[in-house]
Design a protein around this ligand. Structure first.
Ligand code: ADP
Length: 267
């Protein structure tokens, strides 16, 4: 497969089709101990990209899906009761810092504000993680890299990255893949033939044009992969499109009708 690579352990990296020079940019960030921020809509390949690069670089990967209840303790660790004893248990960020792994914080803006406090000393050249509860001050093991993502489309005034945080990261903008790339990706992921994937990608393009008018966000590459997977398994095309590419976008009946008309126009 085009985008697959062998890592140091001989295992194959997950398939990722590059859209530009993002792989060499990631490598440059990694080589120079610089944290990286990936900006872009949901389902456009950010997580796959990080998984691919981690495997290529032969680093373990800790992925954390951030949500609005996620606290610094969830990342750093906490004391837990185990068989009557209180033991310290590292969180995913601490494990990554100790092991020299890549830590990927998906949708970092969702997390509680105290998370940024632990990220700051890790993103400057000291690369340390102070653990208040244990009194430790961990220096990042070589190979540690911090990667975060956020979706600028979801931003509101309360949920935005402060300049003091975002200016600590290199930033890479992600968009949906160009149509020819997207066809290749969806065919590879779903097993559906390129000829049958093409109209799905064309439809996705038309649905994306409606972003901001009738629908909040355009259909993701992930959803096209879902539709193609269902079709490849034998589901009628119209049913698959409805479940994977229309219903996930809106709850409004009249908008759904409008989107369905687009399907008829494309197929
Ligand atoms: P994000 O993290 O941006 O929300 P993901 O990385 O989870 O999105 O991408 C969703 C799915 O889309 C992936 O599981 C994969 O099937 C597919 N995908 C998107 N872009 C690519 C790409 N460039 N190469 C390979 N697969 C891709």
């Amino acid at each position: 497969m085009d985008g697959s690579h062998m890592n140091g352990n001989g295992a194959s990296a997950p398939f990722y089709l590059a859209q530009g020079d993002e792989c060499s940019l990631f490598e440059a960030a990694y080589d120079n101990n610089l944290p990286l921020l990936l900006k872009g809509p949901t389902g456009c390949g950010k997580t796959r990209f990080v998984a691919h690069m981690a495997a290529r670089l032969g680093r373990p990967l800790y992925t954390v899906a951030c949500h609005d209840d996620l606290t610094a303790a969830d990342l750093v660790g906490r004391y837990l009761l185990k068989g009557g004893e209180t033991v310290w248990v590292d969180g995913p960020l601490t494990r990554a810092v100790r092991e020299g792994a890549i830590c990927y914080l998906d949708e970092v803006v969702e997390a509680r504000k105290d998370v940024t406090v632990v990220l700051h000393p890790l993103t400057d050249d000291r690369r340390i993680l102070p653990i208040d509860r244990t009194g430790e001050e961990l220096e990042a093991t070589p190979g540690f890299m911090l990667v975060a993502s956020y979706n600028p489309g979801y931003q509101n005034i309360l949920k935005t990255l402060k300049p003091s945080t975002r200016q600590r990261f290199l930033s890479l903008e992600f968009g949906f893949p160009a149509p020819a790339h997207e066809v290749e990706i969806v065919a590879s992921e779903s097993g559906l033939s390129v000829e049958r994937v093409k109209p799905l990608v064309r439809l996705a393009g038309k649905l994306r044009d409606l972003k901001g008018q009738d629908i909040e966000e355009g259909v993701s590459t992930r959803l096209i992969v879902y539709a193609a997977t269902l079709i490849a398994k034998g589901m009628p095309v119209e049913r698959a499109i409805r479940t994977a590419m229309i219903e996930p976008l809106t709850d409004e009946e009249d908008v759904k009708r409008g989107l369905t008309d687009l399907v008829t126009a494309v197929f």
